[in-house]
Design a protein around this ligand. Structure first.
Ligand SMILES: Cc1cc2nc3c(=O)[nH]c(=O)nc-3n(C[C@H](O)[C@H](O)[C@H](O)COP(=O)(O)O)c2cc1C
Length: 310
């Protein structure tokens, strides 16, 4: 039996349900050294702004048990530089790209959306804009954009107004009890896909020195610790919004983790921390999902999603 790997998320068809998560596989086609990026649903580019950004002071990434804590601080080139230096490599290997954007205020997000949509007019690789709404809003006491319903509404409306034909995806923070309401606010204003979730805020201390392990003190916890939290977020949002596209992200290390996300209601799954252990993880996970479908006589991988989307 040949398993059909195609999935639909919002209005977009993906070759397979496996994506890379923003910020975990570089800015372009770096991962192409380990497998065929054209076989993945898409790569999600590390969050970009209209300006270059140097990020936080080191140490930026540290292991915590089996997991990771990071405060990279969105370091990266400007969108324009990215399009000149990295996009050609993505196009060359036939990969699709979801471009994650960030800003310090809503108008910087709007500018970023406009730049990405202009670039996308000449690139078949770019399939969506992902709004990284889990960063601090400098105009609102540094509150995280997606911790506030009204701010999320305005953010999505403004990005949508400049995103041209590109669908708008939004990546939400799990550090709020209101993720379903916030997701609803984003959907109401036209977000086609909810990406669930970004990292959990944590703190790790080096007990020899008594100092924080990260230069920035607090950071984002990713990996196994996040998995059930993200599966719950996916399930709650799926039950509330039967038709919206959902990407599950958080602690996917093997095919079982990815299948669990789909059973909870995700249409696609993002791989992040697992890439630091094994850069071939996306292909290994996809192959594992195919074997599972073969064993269970499931012909279309999208049918792993147990929740009826009608
Ligand atoms: C080193 C590192 C950098 C990240 N950078 C970004 C980023 O630029 N934008 C973003 O939306 N998420 C970023 N994330 C969050 C991941 O995309 C993902 O949501 C999170 O790590 C949970 O998935 P995982 O447990 O599979 O890693 C980053 C995560 C890590 C570990």
């Amino acid at each position: 039996m040949k398993v059909d790997l195609e999935v639909k998320i919002g209005q977009t068809s993906l070759k397979s349900p496996i994506l890379t998560a923003a910020g975990t596989s570089g800015h372009g086609a770096e991962l192409g050294a380990f497998g065929d990026l054209g076989k993945l649903g898409a790569i999600t580019v590390k969050s970009l702004a209209v300006f270059p950004w140097s990020g936080n002071r080191p140490v930026r990434v540290a292991p915590i048990g089996r997991d990771m804590i990071n405060s990279v601080g969105l370091q990266g080139p400007s969108i324009k530089t990215w399009s000149e230096k990295y996009l050609p490599g993505i196009e060359k290997c036939g990969a699709k790209a979801v471009v994650s954007i960030w800003g310090r205020n809503i108008s910087e997000f709007r500018e970023a959306a406009m730049e990405v949509s202009n670039i996308a007019e000449d690139s078949e690789s770019i399939i969506a804009i992902e709004v990284n709404a889990s960063c601090p809003n400098l105009e609102n006491r540094k509150r995280i954009f997606s911790h506030d319903k009204e701010v999320t509404k305005e953010l999505v409306s403004e990005v949508k107004s400049r995103s041209g034909y590109l669908p708008v995806w939004i990546k939400l923070s799990p550090n709020t009890p209101d993720i379903v309401d916030i997701g609803g606010a984003a959907v109401e204003r036209g977000a086609e896909v909810l990406v669930l979730t970004n990292t959990l805020v944590g703190f790790a201390i080096d007990t020899d020195s008594g100092k924080p392990v990260l230069g920035n003190k607090y950071g984002g916890v990713s990996g196994h610790a996040l998995h059930s939290v993200a599966v719950r977020a996916v399930n709650e949002c799926r039950l509330e919004f039967p038709k919206v596209g959902i990407v599950g992200v958080g602690g996917v290390f093997d095919a079982k983790d990815a299948i669990e996300f789909m059973m909870a209601g995700a249409n696609a799954v993002g791989i992040g921390t697992a890439l630091f252990k094994n850069p071939r993880a996306p292909w290994k996970i996809l192959n594992g999902m195919v074997s599972y479908c073969e064993d269970k006589q499931i012909q279309h991988i999208k049918d792993l999603n147990l929740i009826d989307e009608k």
